[in-house]
Design a protein around this ligand. Structure first.
Ligand code: COA
Length: 325
């Protein structure tokens, strides 16, 4: 039995924010951002758009490409670090927008690796008898939780969504193996302090800008480089494969230097790595499905190819999937 991606789609908001725009907002330069991160521009949601809207549009794209109607779905879930609200889950808001009336719905909070975790979760559901079609979405409106006065973080993030419809069939295609791991002791490297049970919203939390992303960038960088390599290798080992068997590496798009270090450590050539960080920045859980959808649109993904997705993020968590496309 294969558990495979039958359709993959994406949506990014229209508005583009360039590095030159950011030069007008904080003390930074286009050159610094390009050289230190690889980012040139990112998309930003319109005031009337939020995560569920982006997720809905990416989901429609994925469903169209799969030739599957919303009513056929058994489960819908959204991986997001920037959901519309704490509850109801953004997955439920999207289920309603789609009219996926036969599906269960919920959210996964697994930060940037949310889609990698989501694919493995979908594989779990589809291994059970009663689930046949599952929609996994990675969607973010990070612009709403970004501190636009903090140059250490505001140059990095962007908004967007990607979605995949997974089905089971009797082909040998699909997710062959995954590796998911975490180190919760490193939670303070990247977090959003206020607005929930530990520190409810108050005038003080607003005044102290505690409703925005806080990050120790250099520390995140160091762990990311090591864990991206380890995760990809562990997932490949579980699949009985080696780096030389990989046709495409699709890494989380957080920083071009992390991506370069990852493929060099794995011994992969640049041509086997899909990179679009220049146009989107870090869209967290959406970065991998947006990349896969773009690759699919360009006809880069051929049946039978080995595709490895790998990600890291707040938690600290990391993971990889090995997919026979
Ligand atoms: N423009 C100009 N200068 C900036 C800047 C900006 N946008 N952001 C930081 N700087 C400055 C710093 O203040 C520092 O100045 P100082 O030496 O006078 O103190 C200098 O640049 C170097 O800062 P540093 O943090 O060492 O830079 P870096 O090379 O580590 O790059 C990041 C910073 C954030 C780009 C990099 O650490 C990174 O990408 N980390 C991973 C973050 C990530 O992936 N997060 C998401 C995880 S899913």
């Amino acid at each position: 039995m294969g558990i495979r991606i039958a359709g993959i789609g994406r949506y990014v908001p229209e508005k583009v924010l360039t590095n030159h725009d950011l030069e007008q907002m904080v003390e930074t330069s286009d050159q610094w951002i390009r050289e230190r991160t690889g980012i040139v521009e990112r998309h930003i949601a319109a005031p009337n758009e939020s995560t569920s809207d982006l997720a809905y549009k990416a989901a429609l794209d994925a469903l169209n490409r799969a030739g599957i109607s919303p009513e056929e779905l058994d489960m819908v879930f959204v991986a997001s670090a920037s959901p519309d609200m704490l509850f109801p889950a953004t997955g439920c808001l999207v289920q309603a927008k789609l009219g996926a009336k036969n599906a269960g719905c919920f959210d996964v909070e697994a930060a940037c690796p949310g889609f990698v975790y989501g694919l493995e979760l979908a594989r779990g559901f589809l291994s059970l008898p009663h689930y046949k079609k599952v929609l996994v979405i990675g969607a973010e409106t990070l612009s709403r939780i970004t501190d636009w006065t903090d140059r250490n973080t505001c140059v990095l993030f962007g908004d967007g969504a990607g979605a995949a419809v997974l089905i089971k069939d009797d082909s040998n295609r699909g997710i062959i193996a995954s590796y998911l791991k975490g180190n919760g002791k490193l939670g303070d490297l990247l977090y959003l302090p206020a607005g929930c049970a530990k520190m409810p919203a108050s005038h003080e939390t607003v005044d102290q800008r505690l409703h925005f992303i806080k990050m120790k960038g250099r520390e995140v960088f160091k762990h990311a480089v090591v864990e991206m390599q380890t995760s990809a290798l562990k997932a490949l080992e579980r699949a009985g494969l080696k780096p030389e068997d990989v046709d495409w590496l699709v890494p989380h798009q957080a920083n071009i230097r992390i991506i370069e270090a990852t493929y060099e450590r794995l011994g992969l050539p640049r041509e086997k790595v899909y990179i679009n960080i220049d146009r989107y920045g870090n869209t967290s859980s959406a970065s991998i499905p947006i990349a896969l959808a773009e690759m699919d649109e360009k006809g880069l993904l051929k049946p039978g190819q080995i595709v490895v997705t790998v990600s890291f993020g707040a938690g600290f968590i990391y993971g990889a999937n090995v997919i026979r496309w």
